[in-house]
Design a protein around this ligand. Structure first.
Ligand code: F0G
Length: 482
């Protein structure tokens, strides 16, 4: 157990690491942020980091690396084929994830591409707990559809359900009975369900999904990008597993799946990805696609240096004092915001703190993208870059009709061991000010809308002069403060 209780005050997160390399940050004046957000088309993906103070866009590839990861990078074996770096990664995958076949890919969505190319055909249906943007895009690209089978209360923002990421087993069975096993190449379970606020599933639920998969002879695919955090929350919240090690819990989860894939940008605090399995038939269906789309089978489009960091990072995922740091900061963040009456997804999940933009900006219609507007406004008044996870991150249907997202969230990512508690307190302070002035925030509309994954590069503009109004109020309240 990695929690430390305090004698003099309430418990708070305590950093169980020290800082040995630092990177200077810039908090540019609000006048510059006024121009920057407009130049970025009100899309935080398009901001340059020279204008960003705390980068809470994502934890993807931004977790702090350990000294041992950096050290391992120096022993990288730069061979096109047969690299010993890959041998070390392969061994780590066997030891940590318990799978003997490994296909390397350049990142998580590359794994999704390969899996879809190998297993998904036009007219198929993939049942899942919930989609992730890139997984959905690849499935749609293959001419297939998805069905999301969370329990009805999983999308409630305020909740005490410890496992909002669970699949509703009755819905899963009904879905399979309705569509037939021929149309269902696999069931997809996502660890720490990203888009509903980093919410875990329980091992009991995954075991039930396994039973259904066995009964109908359907493959079970696990997106393990956020597996370490899911395992940590299982240990915290599922009493049968409280005394087990992180290693036991991670292995238990991967053992239940036929195919496991991951973004190493998250799972192992490095950059890259992988697909692994114990079934030779599954491996062989994908093997030829790796040299075609990614690179040779011993690097898969990754730098060998990153492969070394990935091998060490996978082992470090089992260290509870490491994996607990981000969830503990997020818990603190969520508790403070709840205390201030700021609407936030509960229970606190992983990856980041998720603000309920639909409630925060209840005066902005969903068609004017409240989460996108909140992300832009928050950057403007704080220099903190969060990510819209709402309708802008959604898609249009085959008739071009916009599908309004189930939830409108502003995600403030807390990458592993990157921020200090005073930086989190600054983030809370500026959110409080924005909440008190929320009526000044207005809507957005698209001026440039790419056809696929539009949230990455799309451009928007405000529906009124609300940025100017926020500027005036900020100056009035903060004077010359940055
Ligand atoms: N699956 C999950 C659950 C993810 O969170 C991500 C990425 C991917 C797959 C795709 O992996 O980026 O390496 O291609 N999530 C990032 C995020 C982008 O910001 O949450 P990738």
């Amino acid at each position: 157990m990695s929690e430390v209780k305090f004698y003099m005050s309430e418990s708070m997160p305590l950093e169980l690491h020290k800082v040995r390399v630092v990177q200077k940050l810039n908090l540019v004046p609000i006048e510059r942020r006024y121009n920057a957000i407009q130049e970025a088309g009100f899309n935080t993906f398009r901001l340059g980091t020279q204008d960003v103070f705390l980068d809470m866009l994502t934890d993807s590839g931004t977790n702090a690396m350990s000294d041992n990861q950096i050290a391992a990078m120096f022993q990288a074996d730069d061979a096109y084929a047969g690299s010993q770096s890959f041998v070390r990664l392969h061994r780590a995958v066997e030891e940590v994830l318990g799978k003997k076949y490994l296909l390397p890919v350049h990142q998580g969505r590359a794994a999704e591409n390969v899996i879809c190319k190998a297993f998904v055909k036009k007219g198929d249906l993939i049942p899942m707990n919930y989609h992730f943007t890139t997984a959905l895009a690849h499935i749609l690209e293959s001419g297939a559809k998805i069905e999301e089978l969370l329990h009805d209360d999983a999308l409630q923002i305020k909740s005490e359900n410890p496992f909002k990421g669970n699949i509703d087993i009755q819905k899963l069975v009904a879905c399979i009975e309705k569509h037939g096993t021929d149309k269902i190449p696999f069931i997809r379970m996502e660890a720490s369900t990203n888009l509903i606020g980093g919410q875990p599933f329980s091992i009991a639920n995954l075991m039930d999904v396994r039973r259904v998969a066995d009964k109908y002879g359907i493959m079970l695919v696990l997106d393990a990008s956020l597996l370490g955090e899911n395992a940590y929350l299982v240990k915290q919240r599922e009493k049968e597993w409280a005394e087990n090690t992180m290693a036991d819990i991670m292995k238990m989860m991967t053992n239940l799946a036929d195919l496991v894939y991951f973004s190493a940008r998250k799972l192992s605090s490095s950059r890259g990805g992988g697909i692994c399995t114990n079934r030779k038939d599954i491996y062989q269906k994908m093997e030829a696609l790796i040299p075609l789309y990614e690179g040779f089978l011993t690097y898969g489009g990754m730098s060998v240096r990153e492969i070394e960091a990935m091998a060490v990072g996978l082992h470090e995922t089992l260290d509870e004092t490491m994996i607990s740091q981000s969830p503990q900061f997020i818990k603190y963040f969520v508790e403070q915001l709840t205390r201030l009456g700021i609407p936030v997804v509960t229970p606190a999940g992983v990856l980041g703190c998720h603000i309920d933009a639909m409630a925060f900006c209840d005066h902005i219609p969903q068609t004017e993208y409240p989460a996108g507007a909140l992300a832009a406004a928050y950057y403007f008044i704080s220099g903190i870059r969060g990510m819209e996870r709402g309708t802008i991150s959604s898609v249009r249907d085959e008739n071009g009709v916009e599908l309004l997202a189930d939830v409108e969230l502003l995600r403030l990512a807390v990458p592993r061991r990157v921020f200090t508690l005073s930086q989190i307190n600054y983030a809370i302070d500026r959110l409080r000010w924005l909440f008190d002035n929320r009526q000044l925030i207005g809507g957005l509309k698209f001026v440039y809308e790419p056809p696929v994954l539009r949230f990455f590069m799309g451009g928007l503009e405000p529906t009124s002069d609300w940025l100017e109004k926020l500027l005036v109020k900020f100056k009035k309240d903060f004077g010359n403060s940055l």
